[in-house]
Design a protein around this ligand. Structure first.
Ligand code: B3K
Ligand code: ZN
Length: 881
């Protein structure tokens, strides 16, 4: 039987924001950690907020239902049940003086906390995750980011089980107690909101280093992990030091505490968390070793270490007023880490990777049922808004400010922002205001990027007037209705452009430069270029200067020309993408009509030229020769035809492979170096080109190349090469070979949890028929742990989001499988459950039969009862309308 409809969770609106009724002057916490329970005593000094609208307002504290309240006292007087009200997630104390100290003792059970929010246990160690609203699972508090205060934290625990006890700030005291217990006291000298609080207790080891800041202060750097992972921490340490230096050089930001710590934990909902002075990381974002980590993993560690470190200013010193402002810290910090990675590695390649993610996943989010602006106007559960829109589109919005203002003015703006708001909790408007103040520009139109959802479309045509030597670009912008917003006003869109002459050289533009940033403000607007003596080919949206879908009626010849000549590296790649997308779309149409597939030789020729061009950066060659993904083609399609997309892609890959086989083999051999592993950009580029070549060779389905892949699998001295070969063999039609390498790989790496995750992922993404049966068998495998988010992501999320053919099996088995798991996870770990649903929420984009089955599974989850706020919100939005 279905359960009766539960009380509907309420919607929280940005427009209802009110300043907190009370300010907090000091928060002292004491944790007694035990195996069966943890006692938390908080002593908090409150005073009425002079800025609060109503001076009679009661004190309303947030507290999760799981909190077992043991004692509450005000200035030493114990409160009895009539003195306060506890309802749902709130505790209200009506009669209060203007200032007082509230003491509160709660009893919690971190060992049973499977939501991994608040204080929980991960592999025998205690750790916390308080953003966004996890602190209310520890004690009763005004759990909101605009309540900032000084924290002092005492931790008491068994000395043998938990020799390392950490919290934010500086260690100020410690000692031993009876019964084999010990205690420590940490003091954080910087005021912070509760979401930045952290505690760690465990049997950990660390590597230690030092960094001297620009003003000559010595900072102690420590990275903690379990003893077995101690040899995988060096890359994170190097990345941390690079980040500290980069933030001084590029943003003038110096680190403020005397110690900076990172702790690696294996059970974590997200990538990492920027707690003040004590970052907590998912092992997947901090551990790196050539033997166990692929190139992309090294780059992820570098990027995430930088991201969390950069938050110390963009997020911690200046934080968010409320959670609607999340992109204030996240969009800006993603922009900062993205520029850092661009400086450390290849700028163009980093740009291609970021844009690929944005265009495949964020554009799909903007077009789906969860569409929301970079600064949402409402939410039911804030955890659902740690999205690609808030992070990646938010980063693009900051990047547009950088493009419009130029690097120097942008830096003046960020200096002003940090100075003006240091120690405050502010809004995205405050950020834009700082940029407006230093540039003298009116930014009101620009702010629509924060308040309007949806991906704008820009269509462009060119007109050449030979007589007057004049070239005109006509632009038209529009933005389709989104699930949350029907009509939109025109955006301010920076469109960076260049004009190429027939030789492929940049033509100097009106101001003399070869790239100009046009500002498209109106729905229709034309831009005129004089002294253009031949008809040019325009290079549009250079560097992807705005998160829009731009269309220009290029011929295939023009795209090939841009691929070869555009001085903008990103646009050379994008021309190749547009060429491939055009050809693929046409073939998808042919496939649907049962026509014979014939590949336009333009693509093979263009790829062949790029592949043989020795002058090109190898990473770029690999990117250019990577066909648009199934996910990207799905995003572009009005209705997704899974089989057509898969089969056309496979046909094209095979045709290219056959046409260019000798070249691929040559490139493979030239780049198959056996030197020691290094994660530097050049070596990464060589490996990516080599493994791309191997993938094409395997696409010929010749036995020789299976042998070549086997050789690589056996001889590889690093995980990048080993995993590339493993994936190709495992996904090949040869099931015996697949089984053999998968077994060998598992035998070798079964004790390395992160490598086992890769092994799960390779099997989950296998396009061969029957993948779901194998995935189900893996759920029973000893290597799987149904409570560990990394395992769930590697197996279930990879199968449902990356294995299009099998997940969308026409018998509906993939949909049922996902729904079954959501129903369990909804109770166990709502955050993970609600993220995992995403593939089903896109049901409207599929043909009727599949669409109906997907919707039915969403309804089944909905009827399963006891929905968490997280899952409820996604379901209700997906099923609406
Ligand atoms: N700020 C954290 C995100 C925490 C999410 C909690 N549900 C990671 C980051 O963006 O740095
Ligand atoms: Zn962040």
């Amino acid at each position: 039987m279905n359960q009766p409809a539960i009380e509907q969770p309420s919607v929280i609106f940005l427009k209802d924001y009110e300043a907190p009724a009370f300010l907090v002057e000091q928060t002292d916490l004491r944790f007694e950690l035990e195996e069966e329970q943890t006692l938390v005593r908080s002593q908090v000094r409150y005073s009425r907020n002079p800025a609060s609208v109503n001076r009679q307002r009661p004190l309303v504290l947030d507290g999760h239902e799981s909190l077992d309240l043991q004692r509450l006292s005000i200035d030493g007087e114990v409160l009895c049940a009539q003195d306060y009200r506890r309802e749902g997630e709130q505790l209200t104390i009506p009669e209060l003086p203007d200032s007082f100290t509230l003491e509160c003792v709660t009893r919690i059970e971190p060992q049973n906390n499977t939501a991994l929010e608040g204080l929980y246990k991960s592999d025998g160690m205690f750790c916390t995750q308080c953003e966004a609203e996890g602190f209310r699972r520890i004690t009763f508090y005004q759990d909101r980011p605009d309540v900032m205060t000084l924290f002092e934290t005492t931790i008491v625990a068994d000395k043998q089980l938990y020799p390392v006890l950490l919290s934010n700030g500086n260690l100020i005291d410690s000692g031993d107690e009876e019964g084999g217990r010990h205690w420590v006291r940490w003091q954080d000298p910087f005021p912070k909101p509760a979401y930045l609080f952290a505690l760690v207790a465990g049997n950990l080891q660390c590597i230690e280093d030092r960094y001297t800041t620009c003003s000559g202060r010595q900072i102690v750097l420590k990275i903690f992990a379990e003893a077995k992972d101690l040899d995988k921490l060096d890359y994170a340490m190097t990345s941390l030091k690079h980040s500290m230096q980069w933030d001084e050089q590029v943003y003038g930001r110096e680190y403020d505490l005397d110690i900076f710590m990172i702790v690696a934990v294996d059970f974590f909902n997200m990538g990492a968390m920027e707690n003040k002075g004590l970052n907590i990381f998912n092992t997947s974002c901090v551990l790196a070793h050539p033997q166990t980590t692929v190139d992309a993993g090294f780059q992820r560690v570098e990027g995430v270490v930088a991201h969390e470190y950069f938050h110390n200013w963009s997020g911690n010193r200046v934080t968010c007023r409320d959670w609607f402002q999340l992109s204030l810290k996240e969009g800006f910090t993603v922009f900062r880490d993205s520029e850092f990675s661009a400086d450390m590695n290849s700028r163009t390649v980093k740009r291609i990777e970021d844009v690929t993610l944005l265009r495949t996943a964020q554009f799909a989010e903007d077009a789906g049922p969860m569409a929301h602006p970079v600064r949402p106007a409402s939410f039911i559960e804030i955890s659902n808004f740690y999205t690609l829109t808030v992070y990646e589109k938010g980063c693009e919005v900051v990047r547009m400010l950088h493009t419009l203002l130029g690097a120097d003015t942008f830096r003046k703006g960020s200096d002003l922002y940090f100075d003006r708001h240091d120690g405050q909790a502010v809004t995205t408007d405050d950020f834009v205001q700082a940029m407006a103040d230093v540039s003298g520009r009116d930014m009101s139109r620009f702010k629509l990027w924060y308040s309007q959802s949806g991906t704008p479309k820009v269509s462009v045509t060119g007109e050449y007037d030979a007589q007057n030597q004049r070239y005109t670009l006509h632009m038209h912008q529009s933005c389709p209705a989104s699930a949350d917003m029907a009509s939109k006003q025109p955006f301010l869109i920076p469109v960076a452009i260049g004009l190429l002459d027939p030789q492929g050289d940049d033509i100097p533009l009106n101001g003399g430069a070869t790239t100009e940033v046009l500002e498209l403000l109106a729905t229709e607007q034309s831009f005129v270029f004089d002294n253009i003596s031949v008809e040019p080919v325009p290079s549009l949206l250079r560097g992807f200067s705005a998160p829009v879908k731009l269309k220009f009626p290029y011929s295939r010849e023009q795209l090939v020309f841009l691929m070869q000549h555009d001085s903008d590296g990103f646009n050379r790649w994008d021309a190749a993408q547009q060429l491939a997308v055009g050809i693929m779309s046409e073939l998808i149409g042919d496939y649907q009509q049962g026509k014979e597939l014939i590949l336009d030789p333009a693509l093979v020729n263009a790829y062949g030229e790029v592949l043989s061009n020795q002058r090109l950066d190898k990473a770029m060659v690999a990117k250019v020769l990577t066909l648009p993904s199934e996910a990207y083609l799905s995003e572009l399609a009005d209705e997704i035809d899974v089989e057509a997309i898969y089969n056309v892609r496979r046909f094209i890959r095979g045709s290219i492979a056959e046409a260019l086989e000798p070249v691929f083999l040559q490139v493979y051999q030239d780049n198959n170096l056996t030197e020691d592993y290094s994660p530097d950009a050049q070596s990464v580029a060589r490996r990516s080109l080599k493994n791309l070549s191997l993938a094409y060779l395997m696409a010929t389905e010749k036995e020789d190349y299976l042998e070549l892949a086997r050789q690589q699998f056996e001889l590889a001295n690093n995980m990048t090469d080993s995993q590339a070969a493993l994936t190709l063999i495992a996904h090949s039609e040869n099931q015996d070979a697949a089984t053999e390498v998968l077994e060998a790989f598992y035998q070798r790496w079964q004790n390395e949890s992160l490598v086992v995750n890769q092994w799960l992922g390779v099997q989950a993404s296998d396009p061969k028929a029957g993948a779901l049966v194998r995935v189900k068998a893996l759920i029973e495998h000893q290597a799987y742990d149904a409570t560990n988010p990394n395992k769930i992501r590697s197996l279930i999320a990879v199968f449902c989001a990356q294995n299009m053919l099998n997940f969308h099996n026409s018998d509906g088995s993939g949909y049922r499988f996902l729904a079954d798991h959501i129903i369990v996870l909804n109770k166990q770990n709502p955050q993970i459950a609600s993220r995992l649903i995403t593939p089903l929420t896109r049901w409207k984009k599929f043909p009727a039969e599949r669409s109906a089955m997907m919707k039915a599974e969403l309804e089944r989850i909905s009827a399963s009862g006891d929905l968490s706020r997280d899952v409820y919100e996604v379901l209700s939005k997906s099923l609406a309308g």
